[in-house]
Design a protein around this ligand. Structure first.
Ligand code: PRP
Length: 177
């Protein structure tokens, strides 16, 4: 029989320590500026809420959602915006907040989409970075944790819409009896 099991990869204590470090770095580098934080739904909703509360700079928030259509669970490159921003971007300091960068296709598309609206600046903060899986050369400005391959859930990340609510990050394993 084949089943799934999960094992803690990043405990909540480590997550909150790292989120505070990221927030401190962003606050230092953006001191005196106002930020528009843009969360990429759905996965970023928990990271975004922790990050903006830990930052010491004034911040407005908005959300965007993208879908990538194609075979399998991997991004196909055909990325479509399915929920657009509600606030204006022009002339503003944008901080895109994402749960994970994998192939890089989603963020590349979202960054291009936002750049066309003439922001003053644009930075990307990703909670997790699976750098080895890139299909396009995308670099986030701030990264929580870099990881190798492995399917992770919790802290906003899902498996078939399950496990987003878990406070720790787990890696899912397929067990064969
Ligand atoms: C995940 C994740 C990123 C994207 C990363 O979103 O949240 O947005 O995939 O993959 P990429 O770098 O290969 O493009 P998903 O489509 O699973 O939606 P979700 O956030 O609603 O879970």
């Amino acid at each position: 029989m084949t089943g799934l099991s999960k094992e803690i990869l990043i405990p909540r204590s480590e997550i909150s320590r790292r989120v505070q470090e990221l927030a401190d770095q962003i606050s230092r580098e953006c001191a005196g500026e106002e930020i528009l934080a843009i969360g990429v739904l759905k996965g970023a909703f928990i990271f975004m809420s922790d990050l903006v509360r830990a930052m010491a700079v004034p911040c407005q928030t908005d959300f965007i959602r993208a879908a990538s259509y194609g075979a399998g669970s991997e991004s196909s490159g055909n990325v479509v915006i399915t929920k657009d921003l509600e606030l204006a971007v022009e002339g503003r300091n944008i901080l895109i907040v994402e749960d994970i960068v994998d192939t890089g296709l989603t963020l590349q598309h979202i960054v291009d989409h936002i750049k066309r609206r003439n922001p003053k600046s644009i930075k990307v903060c990703a909670f997790l970075d699976k750098r080895k899986r890139r299909k396009v050369p995308f670099e986030a400005d701030y990264v929580g944790f870099s990881m190798d391959d492995g399917f992770v859930v919790g802290y906003g990340l899902d498996f078939n819409e399950q496990y987003r609510f878990l406070p720790d990050v787990y890696v899912i394993r397929t067990d064969v009896d």
